[in-house]
Ligand binder design. Structure first.
Ligand SMILES: NC(=O)C1=CN([C@@H]2O[C@H](COP(=O)(O)OP(=O)(O)OC[C@H]3O[C@@H](n4cnc5c(N)ncnc54)[C@H](O)[C@@H]3O)[C@@H](O)[C@H]2O)C=CC1
Length: 481
């Protein structure tokens, strides 16, 4: 089967494919490095055009009955499900993630978001506030044109997680995927049109950081939702502040996973694997600081090594492959440098290491300390750092000793302790006896440097709408003079 993944054109504006007028943007299959598509960035003028088109289309979309908007999103979800195989293959080519993963985690989650927010659209209502003779009411109104900017690890899921609540609430969106993975968002744009969305409601522009920066400051843009790193988040938040734009920031993390002595060993090991090596470790919420209580640490590391020895690495398009390459050479080099720094700092390499070419194997460090770079910095690759602790207060204090606050996990059979510990953890999303499960029904997002705002769940509605309060005078107006 051909690996050519060339779309009709690079951008999607006002219901049609448009070729980019900016710099070349080659798309490489991470497994082989071969060029699978050749795109072009949007010019500044095309970014402005995309925003204008969205601004033109948005009022009529907002004026539709919410059930009608919801129906379009539900139809889009159904189309995605019908084409899941073909879309997942494209996602694998774009990201290098095993088809085994993309078939269940990427477009499937995107479809769930479209379905969820499609259903939720009609349930959003205001408040009636009695004031004696007079009264007031609130209206939840759309923001207008929202900009979505994505990272490369879950490109289509990110596009859907942003587009679904935005569109459900009557906004239009201009989306810029990561320059590493530009293909999925174009498919979403096409599918939305096929599902009955009016042209302009979801436009796609391509490009690197400068195109993103132009999008954030376009005068039509009322809100920016970014999924990316903390440094980019700082820049985008600052640029959005200039125009008092709303923001949602889904940024990086270095999340703790705390395993107490009484935990189910097999479940804790399984969760640590899912928390570090799924998508080759390229997941923002990964539990990369695994805190092991002293009584379980040795058994945990033995069992973890045994299970990791069985992992099937290889061609991501092979349905048997469980572990794929890193997105690109630059990222692989960064991960390798972090591994070397860990060894140089004196941490013990339990398994893994540098690997070869596009592949960095699942890597586990033990005997690490809190001040090592492998414990402090987000690596965004398959590198787990394990640390040991004596008791609960120590685990909580050390887990919180980070600027990040995206996620956290706790494994214990003592449910009183589990709830006490998650209440004390500084993280936006916590798991008890589970990890990295992010159903669309559940709000997701971070605290501290990991961001603000929430995606998914009913919470997302607030981040894609604004409240209007209406006071209704029912009698004569009293004035002192
Ligand atoms: N919290 C979350 O939900 C998630 C967070 N991430 C985080 O994303 C990072 C990895 O993704 P990357 O793509 O490397 O992140 P990145 O921060 O390099 O890029 C993210 C996006 O921002 C764009 N961008 C860069 N500079 C910009 C600027 N000045 N103005 C506007 N847009 C700009 C990029 O082109 C890209 O589309 C990690 O830190 C990871 O933890 C990734 C996935 C989920």
């Amino acid at each position: 089967m051909t690996r050519n993944a060339q779309p009709a054109a690079s951008l999607f504006i006002d219901g049609t494919f448009v070729e980019g007028e900016g710099a070349a943007l080659p798309v490489l299959y991470p497994y082989t490095g071969e060029e699978i598509a050749s795109l072009r960035e949007a010019s500044a003028n095309q970014v402005a055009l995309a925003c204008r088109s969205a601004a033109r289309a948005q009022p009529a979309w907002a004026a539709m009955a919410p059930t009608e908007r919801g129906r379009v999103l539900s139809r889009a979800a159904a189309i995605i499900r019908e084409r899941n195989q073909e879309l997942s293959r494209l996602e694998t080519l774009d990201t290098g993630k095993p088809i085994q993963e993309t078939l269940v985690a990427d477009w499937a989650s995107g479809a769930a978001a479209l379905e969820y927010f499609g259903g939720l659209a009609a349930t959003v209502t205001g408040q009636m506030i009695p004031l004696g003779r007079d009264w007031a009411y609130t209206r939840r109104e759309p923001l207008g044109v929202c900009a979505g900017i994505g990272a490369w690890n879950y490109p289509s899921q990110i596009a859907c997680w942003k587009a679904a609540p935005a569109l459900a609430m009557g906004n239009a969106m201009v989306f810029k995927p990561s320059e590493e993975t530009p293909l999925g968002a174009l498919k979403l744009a096409e599918i939305l049109i096929e599902a009955g969305a009016p042209p302009g409601i979801f436009n796609v522009v391509q490009g690197r950081g400068a195109v993103g920066a132009a999008l954030v400051t376009d005068p039509h843009v009322a809100k920016v939702s970014l999924t990316g790193s903390v440094p980019t988040g700082r820049r985008v938040y600052a640029a959005a502040a200039e125009g008092m734009r709303h923001v949602t920031m889904e940024l990086g993390g270095k999340s703790p996973l705390i395993v107490f002595d009484d935990a189910s060993l097999e479940d804790a090991v399984g969760a640590a694997i899912m928390a570090n090596f799924y998508s080759s470790g390229q997941i923002c919420s990964n539990g990369t600081r695994v805190f092991l209580q002293r009584g379980i640490a040795a058994r945990f590391l033995d069992r973890l090594s045994e299970r990791l020895a069985t992992i099937r690495t290889g061609d991501p398009l092979d349905p048997e492959t469980q572990f794929g390459p890193i997105i690109n050479g630059t990222q692989a080099a960064k991960i390798r440098a972090a591994i070397t720094a860990g060894q140089d700092a004196g941490a013990r390499l339990v398994c893994g290491g540098a690997g070869e070419g596009a592949f960095v194997p699942p890597t586990v460090f033990a005997d690490a300390t809190d001040d090592m770079a492998i414990t402090r910095d987000e690596i965004f690759g398959p590198v787990m750092t394990t640390l040991t602790f004596a008791d609960e207060p120590e685990a909580v204090a050390r887990a919180n000793a980070t600027g990040f606050g995206l996620a956290a996990g706790v494994f214990t059979q003592d449910l009183t302790r589990a709830h006490r510990v998650v209440a004390a953890l500084e993280a936006g999303t916590c798991w008890i006896n589970a990890y990295n499960l992010t159903p669309v029904e559940m709000p997701f997002g971070g605290v501290k440097l990991s961001g603000l705002g929430r995606e998914n769940g009913t919470a997302a509605i607030e981040h894609y709408s604004q409240l209007k309060t209406v006071y209704v005078g029912m009698g004569a107006v009293e004035a002192p003079y």
